[in-house]
Design a protein around this ligand. Structure first.
Ligand code: RB5
Length: 155
């Protein structure tokens, strides 16, 4: 079964705990890359950890949580190969998979309720990339990345 990478800052720590219980119920395997308490910390740390896990192939996909989902997704998107999408609604979640082949989902614990988050996650995990013309566009994104990194790899 594919492994999911999870990460959050303090603002979303309890939220992530509730999502872990949801994933347990569904039998979905995950690795939690922190944080591990409500003690104040910095979201880029966990954005990078989860992004590294996904970019290296250690995990197939990732889900990140912070207050808005924004800061932690911005950090994750700095890692080559990562397409992290903030989706605080179901339509964006489905489209981020169908059209953008997002490999990380980011959610805002201070923006949406836990039940909506569970629904968004279920949709995101069960929606496939459509490929075709969308694959060409995703390849264009990768080309931008390659232009701005050395060998498309972390320095
Ligand atoms: C933490 O206060 C908050 O800034 C963070 O969780 C996130 O919302 C940043 O984008």
């Amino acid at each position: 079964m594919p492994m999911l990478a999870l990460g959050s800052d303090h603002a979303a720590f309890s939220f992530k705990e509730e999502i872990k219980a949801h994933l347990d119920e569904k039998g979905i395997q995950y690795k939690d890359y922190g944080c591990y308490s409500q003690e104040r910390t910095d979201y880029p740390i966990y954005g990078e950890k989860v992004a590294n896990a996904v970019a290296s192939g250690e995990c197939e996909k990732g889900i990140l949580f912070c207050g808005t989902g924004i800061g932690i997704s911005l950090a994750a998107n700095k890692v080559p190969g990562i397409r992290a999408a903030v989706c605080n609604d179901c339509y964006s979640a489905a489209m981020s998979r169908r059209h953008n082949d997002a490999n990380i989902l980011a959610l805002g614990a201070r923006v949406i309720g836990i039940d909506l988050a569970k629904m968004i996650i279920d949709i995101w995990l069960n929606t496939q990339f459509e490929g075709g013309r969308h694959a060409e566009r995703v390849a264009l994104i990768s080309r931008i990345e390659a232009k701005h990194t050395r060998n498309g790899k972390n320095q």
